[in-house]
Design a protein around this ligand. Structure first.
Ligand code: ADP
Ligand code: MG
Length: 590
């Protein structure tokens, strides 16, 4: 037995002996303890009963666990299996009726998280525990029950295959189904780009949620299940033998129209989350999007640092250079332009835009207004004039919800009309209405749009668009992410905010950030980035480094802790970039 290792009775005895003593004495239980097949690590002990909870891990070696190797070896399978064990672990905890132990509650997505670790050697659960007290006195007997009775029992029920036959315990076939569904979803996503698609919505999908503050599916008795228009229907055969039929959204510009309350935003929101796999029963299992798809909206009031928004905004009355645009308080249109160019900088190949959350003057300008206000007096080139060049020059597709204006018909490859939640392909009819043919449309992408031609005729300044969307890399200064305050720097405060030094980064408009645990992942990524930025590395170059590190070492690698990393979910580079871009302290080399 090593110096750090003790018998079960030792920890129990210690805790019983600490009963009634002042809380600070708990510190001494840090260490490693063996409980038969289960190893318990007490990594961090809270300083007082009201501090953030203590951190503990329980671990079982593979030889003892005997969990199926074929489901827990490949990297992607480990993510799905860990997700399964996390959900099953919460059920075990509720059966043990032990509320002091916190394993973390996942949402509807299957994501890479730190809560359960599967590695070559074994299986590990990372928990938080509120060690009990009365006032500031240790409740030692209760603490002993939690740590030396319930926690090892939890680990045995969760990780020992031989115990899975117990009623209500994890089950081998549910684990297998969970992993296989994840494999199938990933495989379908990998088929998307070969099939020329940027999104897929399976027939039978339940897209609406129970309420605006819930991510659970609407009851199937109330929801209208999704059914593809025949023109867009695809069937994808997967190697598992499963075949999935549904609507394919082709690369290009797709406009979703329809009356108010007919389900337009609901589809777009499902596509936003379709960048991640979903659990069985979610209703969105077969909503699969381009993994880089990024939701773009107006966000007035946000800070912008050094964005090139000149493709959309030029000749501001202030004379501000919009090729290096900074503000502490962006308008609706400038914020949406910034969100868009930042998304492209972070690697988005698909943009998801909803009229509900867009600045109208960023999106469109009607003919009368174009006549009344000449182009050189209007700083904004609306998105409708840029959506095709974005596609043809940068390969960026757009899915746009627009129920209030026909302006996008002329630039749409596909128009889908929702009628009482049922989609219909209406592209031909829409093109007829605006007198556009498919041939003209394909040419339109390669030329400046007709509006630019007419209004810029004779103008000596070339269309700024010809060189745009490919902005020079932004280089943060070496100090950009080192806030002055010495306190622990980045920390998520719920899903909507990160505290960074003395500043707060507001993430409420970052629609694809899944939950608080993922916001914590973003916070850790910011800390990691702070180490990379040296005044020479570009913003995106460093993001790529973070991704490489995450791919190589997993989420544990990002924290710098050697033991318990806390509860983190892996964010996409898009959401890390979103936080970085909203940081008011960001400074760039010029
Ligand atoms: P729109 O953007 O077209 O105005 P929404 O997508 O916001 O419409 O949907 C309006 C309402 O209809 C929401 O309460 C939503 O939950 C509900 N809803 C959306 N799709 C469906 C569906 N397929 N079946 C039942 N209700 C739905
Ligand atoms: Mg809507």
């Amino acid at each position: 037995m090593t110096g750090m290792s003790y018998q079960r009775s030792n920890l129990a005895d210690t805790l019983h002996g600490l009963d009634g003593r002042s809380y600070g004495n708990l510190k001494q239980i840090r260490g490693r303890y063996d409980f038969g097949p289960v190893t318990l690590f007490v990594d961090r002990v809270q300083a007082d009963p009201f501090a953030s909870p203590s951190k503990v891990r329980v671990r079982v070696d593979r030889a003892e666990a005997k969990l199926p190797l074929d489901l827990t070896t490949e990297r992607a399978d480990r993510i799905a299996a860990a997700d399964y064990l996390l959900r099953a672990g919460n059920q075990v905890l509720s059966k043990l009726n032990q509320r002091a132990l916190i394993l973390g509650h996942p949402g509807q997505e299957v994501l890479e998280r730190t809560n359960i670790l599967i590695d070559d050697a074994g299986f590990e659960a990372r928990l938080l525990v509120n060690l009990p007290a009365r006032g500031r006195r240790i409740l030692g007997h209760q603490a002993a029950d939690i740590l030396t009775r319930d926690l090892p029992e939890f680990a045995e029920r969760l990780f020992l295959f031989d115990r899975w036959s117990d009623t209500n315990s994890p089950s081998a076939h549910r684990l297998a189904d969970h992993v296989q569904l994840h494999r199938d979803q990933l495989e379908l996503r990998s088929h998307l780009s070969e099939a020329g698609l940027i999104g897929f919505v399976g027939n039978g999908a339940i897209l609406p949620r129970t309420s605006g503050d819930s991510d659970l599916p609407m009851k199937s008795s109330e929801a209208v299940a999704f059914i593809s228009p025949p023109e867009l229907e695809h069937t994808i055969n997967l190697s598992s033998g499963r075949s999935v039929t549904g609507m394919g959204i082709p690369r290009g510009v797709t406009v979703i129209v329809g009356g108010g309350y007919h389900g337009k935003s609901t589809i777009l929101r499902a596509l936003e989350r379709g960048v991640y796999p979903h659990i069985a029963g979610d209703g969105r299992e077969w909503v699969i999007s381009d993994p880089t798809a990024t939701s773009i909206r107006a966000e007035d009031g946000r800070a912008v640092t050094g964005d090139d928004i000149s493709a959309f905004i030029n000749n501001l009355p202030s004379g501000t250079d919009t090729r290096f645009f900074s503000t502490t308080n962006a308008s609706g249109s400038t914020s949406q332009a910034a969100n868009l160019v930042e998304a492209i900088e972070a690697g988005a190949h698909t943009l998801l835009i909803d009229e509900d959350t867009s600045a109208t003057n960023f999106m469109i300008r009607d003919e009368r207004m174009r006549t009344l206000i000449p182009a050189e007096r209007e700083p904004i080139t609306p998105f409708v004039d840029r959506v095709r060049p974005l596609l043809t020059r940068r390969g960026v597709s757009t899915v746009l919800v627009a129920g209030g204006s026909s302006a996008f018909f002329e630039v749409a490859d596909h128009v889908i009309a929702l009628d009482a939640y049922v989609p219909h392909e209406v592209t031909e009819r829409a093109h007829e209405l605006v007198g556009v043919t498919a041939e003209e449309l394909s040419r339109a992408g390669n030329l400046p749009t007709s509006t630019d031609d007419s209004t810029d005729a004779g103008s000596p300044t070339p269309d700024p668009d010809t060189s745009s969307f490919a902005t020079p890399p932004r280089i943060p200064t070496a100090q950009a992410l080192r806030p002055a305050s010495k306190t622990k720097t980045a920390r998520a405060k719920g899903a909507d905010r990160i505290q960074f030094g003395r500043d707060f980064i507001d993430l409420i408009a970052v629609a694809q950030l899944v939950d608080a645990q993922q916001a914590s992942g973003v916070a850790e990524a910011l800390e990691y980035l702070a180490e990379i930025y040296d005044g020479r590395t570009s913003l995106t170059g460093a993001l790529a480094e973070v991704e490489d590190m995450l791919d190589a070492q997993g989420l544990d690698g990002i924290t710098g802790h050697r033991d318990h990393p806390g509860h983190l979910t892996r964010p996409r580079r898009q959401e890390i970039a979103a936080a970085l871009n909203r940081y008011r302290g960001l400074s760039l080399e010029r």
